[in-house]
Each structure stands twice: as structure tokens, then as C-alpha cells.
Design a binder for this molecule. Structure first.
Ligand SMILES: Cc1cc2nc3c(=O)[nH]c(=O)nc-3n(C[C@H](O)[C@H](O)[C@H](O)COP(=O)(O)O)c2cc1C
Length: 203
């Protein structure tokens, strides 16, 4: 009798363990088409994407094109009304001065209709450890409330430095996703690094 009780207790414990596990296992079952529909709507791929970028010498533009291609996003080039000098030394001096003074240079043309997008990638080269001043102008003139902003940068060896931090300061109340910095190259970012980052963002 005592032995029968022990066996019944053990069988009961196994059965209970199976009951407890069932919901988690069910959650991992492939969803039926009707069930999978809402999940698909939640994925970043179903969101409308804009890739806005400033680029002086083409490296950030190359990454922006890659992002747009992989996310199905629209591209927008942020340009200043007055072009930056082509002489590298003069450009370095002007950029340093603008950054020091917190300049917001006037932008060229009409800004994109950010209200039409869910996710807005914003890109810039690393200039003196921070983002280019044109991004401050873009952010100040665009209503990004309710949007998800994804910063990205290219650099000449310094990496991210304060680029993301400084941009975030100007985006208070806006959702800012994890940004990325890529070594500046005319051919753009390494495919694997870019894809890994985009996958983390749900693309
Ligand atoms: C004015 C200026 C300042 C720069 N400062 C930095 C820096 O502080 N750290 C860094 O890693 N690269 C720096 N760079 C290199 C650029 O970040 C790099 O070349 C970038 O990929 C250029 O992007 P673009 O071709 O889109 O303009 C600087 C370049 C310029 C023109």
C-alpha cells in the first residue's frame, strides 16, 4: 500500500511537471497563419522607414544607401544651404568652430515629411568626436515625437565617441534605438556588421 502511494505520488508529480511546461511549449509551436498575422505587424520590417543623413565626402551616404536597401526605407540627404569648404584643413577649422558654438546651419530645400514614417534613421560623420552640426538643424526643425529614431555614424578611427550621446540630448522625449558607428569607407559598412545591428533592431 505504501509502495503504491509512492508510485502514484511520483506519477502525479511527473504529470504536474508536464502541465506546468505545457504553456511554454505551446508558445514555441509554429503559429497558425491567423495567429502569426499580428506578430508580423509588430516586426520592424512592416514599419515605414526613412533614412536621413548628412555626408560630406560620401562615406555616410554609402551606409545610408545600404540601410535603405535592407529596410526598404526612403532616403533623404540633409544638405546645408552653404556647402562646406572642399579644402580639408579649412573644413576641419570651420567644423570645429561650428561645433564649439553649437551652430545649427541653415538647411537646403524642404525637409522630408517625417510624420509619414515610423522609424527614422539619422546618419552623420563623426566630426571632432560628435555629430555634424547639420543634424542639430534637422532635429530642431523636425517633429520627431512619437517616432523611433535610430542614429548611425561613420568615423575615421575614433568610433562612436560622443556622436550618439550628443544627438540623444537633442531628442528628449523621443524613443532612440541603439545606434551604430561604422568605419568610414567609400564602399559603406561591412555587410555582416550592418546586418547584425539591423537584426537587433528587428529588421
Ligand atoms: C571636420 C572633420 C572632423 C572629423 N573628426 C573626426 C573625429 O573626431 N574622429 C574620427 O574618427 N573621425 C573624424 N573625421 C573623419 C570622418 O568621421 C570620416 O572620414 C567619415 O567617414 C566621413 O564621412 P562622410 O564621407 O559621410 O563625410 C573627421 C572628418 C572631418 C571632415
Amino acid at each position: 500500500m505504501k509502495r503504491t502511494m509512492m508510485i502514484l505520488t511520483f506519477v502525479g508529480m511527473v504529470a504536474c511537471a508536464a502541465c506546468a511546461k505545457a504553456p511554454a511549449e505551446q508558445a514555441q509551436q509554429p503559429a497558425s497563419p491567423a495567429q502569426s498575422q499580428p506578430q508580423k505587424q509588430e516586426s520592424s520590417m512592416s514599419k515605414k522607414v526613412l533614412v536621413a543623413y548628412f555626408s560630406q565626402s560620401g562615406n555616410t551616404a554609402a551606409v545610408a544607401r545600404q540601410i535603405a536597401q535592407k529596410t526598404g526605407g526612403d532616403l533623404y540627404r540633409i544638405e546645408t544651404q552653404t556647402p562646406y569648404p572642399s579644402d580639408y584643413g579649412t573644413l576641419l577649422d570651420q567644423a570645429k568652430q561650428e561645433i564649439r558654438s553649437g551652430a545649427k546651419p541653415a538647411l537646403k530645400g524642404n525637409l522630408p515629411p517625417v510624420q509619414d514614417y515610423d522609424v527614422i534613421f539619422i546618419g552623420s560623420p563623426n566630426w571632432w568626436g560628435t555629430h555634424a552640426p547639420a543634424l542639430s538643424s534637422f532635429v530642431a526643425q523636425s517633429n520627431l515625437q512619437g517616432k523611433t529614431v535610430v542614429p548611425f555614424f561613420t568615423h575615421g578611427g575614433g568610433g562612436m565617441q560622443n556622436c550618439e550621446r550628443d544627438l540623444k540630448k537633442q531628442l528628449s522625449g523621443v524613443t532612440v534605438a541603439q545606434g551604430a558607428a561604422f568605419p568610414g569607407r567609400a564602399s559603406g559598412a561591412s555587410e555582416s556588421a550592418l546586418e547584425e545591428w539591423l537584426a537587433k533592431l528587428g529588421f
